[in-house]
Ligand binder design. Sequence first.
Ligand code: PMV
Length: 354
Amino acid sequence: SKNWILMATARAPTNIAVIKYWGKRDEALILPINDSISVTLDPDHLSATTTVAVSPSFEKDRMWLNGKEVSLSGGRYQNCLRELRNRAGEYTDENKGIHIEKYDWNTLHVHIASYNNFPTAAGLASSAAGFACLVFSLAKLMNVKEDLSQLSTIARQGSGSACRSLYGGFVKWTMGNEMSGSDSIAVQLANETHWDDLVIIVAVVSSRQKETSSTSGMRESVETSSLIQHRAKVVVPSRILQMEQAIRNKDFSSFARLTCADSNQFHAVCLDTSPPILYMNDTSHRIISIVERWNRHEGTPTVAYTFDAGPNAVIVAPNQKVAMDLLQRLLFYFPPARDNELSSYVLGDKKILH
Ligand code: PMV
């Protein structure tokens, strides 16, 4: 019968890198030139929810993003779908009279519906949550029997940073050595309960779409920046070790110092690119000054900031009290009524998962 449908739903949050991934050594497989470390956010904020379905009545693979149909013809979607179909398992439900053989997945089509619980155009990383969720939900639907690290190699081929969103807590993406990318995987450093008093504030500086995509930005940096080589070979390997130790020991001042330094070096690499890439704007720079002044006043880093490929600030505080104090300070400098250069704040702690 062609009258059955099978569905699966999953939710995945986005993640914020504290040691940044910037630069690929293989663009098709999405293999990075350095390791990176991130914090996965609470799924109540900035997450994707994806429902996937399969039915013999579906005539082609289709996808909807926030209710609007989008094309699946891009190489990244195609790579993820191919990798998942290669690993799909058989499935039987005798009550419903459904039997799917492994090879049936090559001819069966899927429908994918994904929603972000935040405005898609907000310029906040959505591809990390989106691809992690797409891969995880399809793996469930297709009865793929692989662990999360194996699934992370598939999510990585959708968007590099997506591989880190399969785990909660603190996650390292190891660059790996293999040409095939088989060892370029995400591993969990500590789960979401390990350091759960951390609070993350996302200060939405601009909801405009970023001007230089991370893909072309990375390519231009790898081709023209000399700083990026020093960063990937010398600076990041040592920072990765220090960051792992800071996370293990819940040493906030080391964590904050490394996080800010790494964000600043990533943006220095962007400025060292020809033509230069400017992701931060005046408001971003003002936020850096406010946080730096605050930390200097306290004598030790009490909050950390980090910026991705856009002007929005991600601020990490060691606990709710410090987060509220900082938020009050930010609202003093950026009163919502007077100007709207800082449009909103998203509060979350790093808990998660599926
Ligand atoms: O995976 P992409 O293409 O979204 O690139 C992410 C790059 C940064 O967000 C700037 C850094 C990172 O490690 O997430």
